[in-house]
Write a protein that binds this ligand. Structure first.
Ligand SMILES: [Zn+2]
Length: 124
């Protein structure tokens, strides 16, 4: 557990690997605790703080897909809710449009009747 202070609380040292990295230090395996990669293991330089090289390698490649998928699913659900709300609004607008159209239709029929009545009246 001696190295856990070097990992800024985002990962736990979980063992050595027997491999050596760019600087010749022993490569060590850690477990990620970040929200995007929970429980995903990675390899990093086992050198002491300040002397560590840039060696980094993921051990688990598939684990990261699950949080990504969950996040995308959340986005899709939010989008779905937004679309449902829009659809409801559109339905309401359509309803008022239809009722306006009915009023216009009624007016048109009355106009036609009045015109027809006047034409008949003129010929008499
Ligand atoms: Zn190294």
């Amino acid at each position: 557990m001696g190295d856990s202070s070097n990992s800024t609380g985002r990962s736990n040292w979980s063992g050595g690997t027997g491999r050596t990295c760019y600087c010749g230090s022993i490569v060590r395996m850690f477990t990620s605790k970040t929200p995007t990669n929970p429980g995903r293991r990675f390899l990093r330089c086992g050198g002491t703080h300040g002397q560590r090289c840039s060696f980094f390698e993921w051990v688990d490649h598939e684990v990261a897909i699950i949080p990504g998928l969950l996040q995308r699913m959340k986005h899709v659900e939010e989008e779905n809710m937004r679309l449902s709300a829009s659809l409801l609004e559109i339905r309401e607008s359509l309803k008022s449009l239809v009722s306006n159209l009915n009023i216009i239709k009624t007016c048109a029929i009355i106009c036609l009747l009045i015109t027809a009545w006047f034409m008949v009246f003129k010929q008499m």
